[in-house]
Design a protein around this ligand. Structure first.
Ligand code: ASP
Ligand code: MG
Length: 406
């Protein structure tokens, strides 16, 4: 007997028919004698619809009310799934984030799970009851509903798996695993049998939308075995595991891209101690996560340009925040560019091999693609380019690193 958490994404619960199919997958695990907790997302498109409702009423919305609204998508699917399970003779009950509770911090809209009270739900599991737990939502210290950021149901599932010490966390989605790159961009993309937590973390954080970044961090921290698999087939998916479980490691495991980036340049900021802190402090206080940063050395020793990237969705708020500090920051101009994409090559093999970045730069140069910003980590190189070259860059790099399927 095993204890399993099954997570189903929006397309897997997109309508009543799909929800019934999910119920059958849950039943299969129950019939095999396993204890099951199931975590659905909202129906496909529903969270977008709710977000649009929010922004149609208020552009600079209050994040508490945003959470009140966008968390409702999952309330519907847990109820429906519990009913569908009962309908096929499975003892099942829904548990909303506040009922368990799933405690989070108070960062509304992007909350982090801090702890989960498992006492009651574990008793139920042991009695053979299926737990139906909504993804994406929790309870903040202010006693209000919080949400975990877009794609947060993955994190809910992994956190629940960690708290319940589950044997596995199966993430059912509309793709059948993790690919070397997006198969919609190149048909030569290959499905990986296994990928390391670290690579998956980098992939997720740079735009591969299979798993939410935070969920991978949590899985790595708690050693949760995560499997990404399709809810349409019975094929095994991709296992996310420790590095030592992978015998033959490729130099580069994947190419990721993100079009959800925007670039801000502050023109002519004073080149003096404390200026970066004065810029990025207020952004951080507003929950805006800055990614790549370049600051040049000033020519005349007193002013320099500072460029950074951030999620497109945060652009308006970032500009408003910086404009509010204009007096203090003393920049000459603020320029925003949405027409950018970030392309990343990822692989733990990079740690022990030189020349990976060089191959990326050469490949892009051969295609005439200009690099605007570069950033690196131990196992990743990312560049910012003009958005229209996204596909070309991804395909060329996929070939250059020998990732193409035969
Ligand atoms: N429904 C939420 C979203 O669309 C959470 C999730 O699906 O993971 O972001
Ligand atoms: Mg998702």
């Amino acid at each position: 007997m095993a204890r399993i958490v099954q997570k189903f994404g929006g397309t897997s619960v997109a309508n009543v028919e799909r929800i019934r199919a999910v119920a059958l997958r849950v039943k299969a695990e129950v019939d095999a004698g396993n204890q099951v907790a199931v975590v659905p997302s909202a129906m496909a498109g529903e969270t977008n619809r709710l977000v649009e409702l929010v922004t149609s009423v208020s552009k600079l919305y209050d994040a508490r009310e945003y959470d009140t609204i966008v968390s409702t998508g999952e309330q519907v699917t847990v109820g429906l799934l519990a009913l569908a399970l009962q309908d096929i003779g499975i003892q099942a009950r829904s548990w909303l984030g506040w009922q368990i509770p799933i405690h989070t911090n108070g960062v509304h809209g992007k909350a982090r799970i801090e702890s989960i009270d498992i006492e009651e739900i574990e008793k139920r599991l042991e009695r053979g009851e299926v737990l139906v737990v909504p993804g994406f939502q929790g309870l903040g210290p202010d006693n209000r509903i919080t949400t975990l950021g877009r794609g947060g149901s993955d994190t809910s599932a992994v956190a629940l798996a960690a708290a319940l010490k589950a044997d596995r966390c199966d993430i059912y989605t509309d793709v059948d695993g993790v690919y070397t790159t997006d198969p919609r961009i190149t048909p030569k993309a290959r499905k990986l049998d296994k990928i390391t937590y670290e690579e998956m973390l980098e992939m997720a954080s740079v735009g591969a939308k299979v798993l939410q970044t935070r969920s991978v961090e949590l899985a790595m921290k708690h050693g949760v075995r995560v499997q990404v698999l399709s809810s349409y087939t019975d094929e095994p998916g991709t296992l996310v595991v420790d590095e030592d479980e992978i015998v033959e490691q490729e130099l580069v495991s994947g190419i990721a891209y993100s079009r959800d980036e925007a670039k801000i340049t502050l023109v002519s900021v004073p080149d003096q101690p404390g200026i970066a802190a004065a810029i990025f402090g207020p952004l951080a206080d507003n929950g805006i996560n800055v990614d790549m940063i370049v600051q040049n050395i000033s020519h005349d020793n007193n002013a320099t340009d500072l460029t950074f990237t951030l999620p497109m969705a945060d652009l308006e708020r970032a500009i408003a925040t910086l404009e509010g500090k204009r007096g203090e920051l003393n920049f000459a101009d603020i320029r925003a560019d949405k027409n950018v994409a970030k392309i990343s090559v990822i692989g733990v093999g990079m740690r022990s091999h030189a020349g990976v970045a060089q191959r990326m730069f050469t490949t892009l140069a051969e295609k005439g693609i200009n690099i605007q910003v570069i950033s690196t980590s131990e196992i990743k190189v990312s560049v910012l380019i003009a958005e229209e070259y996204t596909e070309l860059a991804v395909r060329a790099l996929h070939t250059a690193y020998g990732l193409d399927a035969d």
